[in-house]
Every structure is written in structure tokens, then in C-alpha cells.
Design a protein around this ligand. Structure first.
Ligand code: KDG
Length: 317
């Protein structure tokens, strides 16, 4: 029985070896990418059990995803096969570090995820459900599965965290707003990047975004502020933590999921809000230091070395 349960689509990511328009790129590295499985991997590295519910194609890419998630210690016992193929995405790195994505995911196996894929027995004893706003954008059955997950979480006493992960290539802003604001209202924590929060809630700044989230009914709003750190808002209260200085920035994608993983792992450890924010900031900062979404996420020993200030030592103590 995992402590954290999440559900969503993981894709095969083809990451370009060179920058510029994809028509000129002829070498790619194959990786796994998915906001929810990224969080599951991050939490698992930090010493907590995580289960990922999904569907993958009954194909070589699906087998690769299962092997790689299993290798990261994530429970994949609730992943089913087919009926469509494993989804694929390409990233493009343009000028000034701008990253664009191209999805080939319509009709994918994960888009067939449905409420019946959620086994109620799996939820007994779990502590936390992590959702993103990507899953409900994939299909009507995925959206129904997300709402079933909320029901199962509530029935079994799990806390719920929600990262809207606004993806306007998957649906219109109006559709996203209707569903994601509703999901936000059901969450104990809404973890959101400031820029997407402004778009989603049509507010102008951090304070207003946090107020909109709390007014919707969420327990707390955690606003990710990039190089400015992160803040946690409850009614009448704001806690802020500065960003952990990234040793170097190689690939910014995956930092938000890394932050979520650190924050949620802190909660699983029973930590207070400040320490949860600090662990989130550390994982988010380390995520950007190497290529790939999750490759930079630290394990628990690395976290301790950073806390003790010995991570830069050449000889590991
Ligand atoms: O958060 C990083 C994700 O955007 C990425 O890994 C892919 O889940 C993904 C998506 O649907 O865009």
C-alpha cells in the first residue's frame, strides 16, 4: 500500500540534442516524462512509497515506461495495458531557452483511463493523493477517473494535493478554468506556478492568486515563485521561503514537479509548512541542474548533505 497515490499519463519524451526548430534536429534522447510520475519518482527518492495509476500501450514504449518507473521504486501494480499506444512527445529548445512541446497523445492508452481502473482496495491505508490538471484534459473518461480518485481519497481519509499544470495545447482556457478551479476547491493544497495561477484564476499577482484559491475552498495555496522561492498561504497567513540557489541551470523542465515532490515528502515526514517549502525548493533547484525532468531529483542522502552544507565536498563523507 503506497503512502502517495497519483494518476495520469506518462509519455515517451524525445528530447533534442541540439537547439532550434525540430525540422533541423536529427538526434534525440529518449526519456520518460509525465508530471504525475515525476512527482511519484521524487517522493520515492526521498524515502516514501508512491504508486502510479495509469495505462500504457502494449508496446515497447509502454514496457520501457514500466521498467523505468519500477526501477525508480514506484509501484506500477495498478497500470493497465492498452487499448491505444503509448503517447509520445517531442520538446524543442528555442532561442533564449524557450521550451516548446509537441504531443502525439490523442487516442493513447492513458486517454482510456476510466473510473473502473481504480481499485478501491488500493486506497486503504494510503495517506495522500496527488492530482494534476493534465489528466482531466485528456478525455472524458480520464476526467471521470480523476473525480473518482477524489471520492476514493475522501472516503479513505487521504489528503489531496493538486497542481493545475495548465496545458493549453490540450484544451481551451475556458474548459480548463471550469474543471481546474473546481478541482482546486477540493484540494488540501493547491501547488501552482505564479504565472499559470494568474492565467487560471484571472488575477494579477501572488496575493490575488492565493486569495482566489482559498476563496474557492482549498485548504492552502502554495505559490511557486521561481527564483523568488515559494510561499504558502492560509487564511490571514503567508509563509515564504527563498529559492535554493541552483548550482547551474541546464534544463528547467521538471522543477515544478520536483518542488511538489519535495513539499509532499516533507508532509509525509510530518514536517511543518516551512520545512516542507524548503525541501520543495531544494528538489526544484536540483531538478534543473541536469537534462531530463527527474534525473536531478535528490535522494535522501543528498538532501542531508545539502542541509549540512557538505554537498560540494569532493570526497563524500
Ligand atoms: O511537468 C513536466 C511535464 O510537463 C512533462 O513531463 C510532460 O506531463 C507532461 C505533459 O503532459 O506535458
Amino acid at each position: 500500500m503506497p503512502e502517495l497515490i497519483t494518476l495520469g499519463e506518462t509519455l515517451i519524451l524525445f528530447s533534442p540534442e541540439t537547439d532550434g526548430p525540430l525540422r533541423y534536429v536529427d538526434r534525440f534522447q529518449r526519456r520518460a516524462a509525465g508530471a504525475e510520475s515525476n512527482v511519484a519518482i521524487g517522493v520515492s527518492r526521498l524515502g516514501h512509497s508512491a504508486g502510479w495509476i495509469s495505462r500504457v500501450g502494449d508496446d515497447e514504449f509502454g514496457r520501457y515506461l514500466l521498467t523505468s518507473l519500477r526501477g525508480e521504486g514506484v509501484d506500477v501494480s495498478q497500470v493497465r495495458l492498452g487499448p491505444g499506444p503509448t503517447a509520445v512527445m517531442f520538446r524543442e529548445r528555442g532561442l533564449l531557452g524557450r521550451v516548446d512541446v509537441f504531443y502525439y497523445r490523442r487516442g493513447s492508452a492513458a486517454s482510456f483511463l476510466a473510473p473502473d481502473d481504480l481499485d478501491p482496495a488500493y486506497w486503504r491505508g494510503a495517506r495522500l493523493l496527488h492530482l494534476t490538471g493534465i489528466t482531466p484534459a485528456l478525455s472524458a473518461s480520464c476526467r471521470a477517473a480523476v473525480y473518482r480518485a477524489v471520492e476514493l481519497a475522501r472516503a479513505n481519509g487521504l489528503a489531496i494535493s493538486f497542481d493545475p499544470n495548465l496545458r493549453l495545447k490540450l484544451w481551451s482556457l475556458a474548459e480548463a478554468q471550469a474543471v481546474l478551479r473546481d478541482l482546486a476547491s477540493r484540494a488540501d493544497w493547491v501547488l501552482v506556478g505564479l504565472e499559470e495561477g494568474k492565467i487560471l484564476f484571472e488575477r494579477r499577482n501572488e496575493q490575488e492568486v492565493a486569495e482566489a484559491i482559498l476563496e474557492a475552498g482549498a485548504g492552502a495555496a502554495v505559490i511557486k515563485l521561481g527564483t523568488e522561492g515559494a510561499s504558502l498561504h492560509r487564511r490571514g497567513e503567508r509563509i515564504h521561503t527563498p529559492a535554493f540557489p541552483a548550482p547551474r541551470v541546464v534544463d528547467p523542465v521538471g522543477a515544478g514537479d520536483g518542488f511538489d515532490a519535495g513539499f509532499l515528502a516533507g508532509w509525509l515526514k510530518g514536517w511543518d509548512d516551512v520545512d516542507c517549502l524548503r525541501l520543495g525548493a531544494l528538489v526544484g533547484a536540483l531538478a534543473v541542474t541536469v537534462p531530463g525532468d527527474v534525473e536531478g531529483y535528490p535522494d535522501w542522502q543528498q538532501v542531508q548533505r545539502y542541509w549540512q552544507g557538505t554537498a560540494g565536498d569532493l570526497v563524500t563523507r
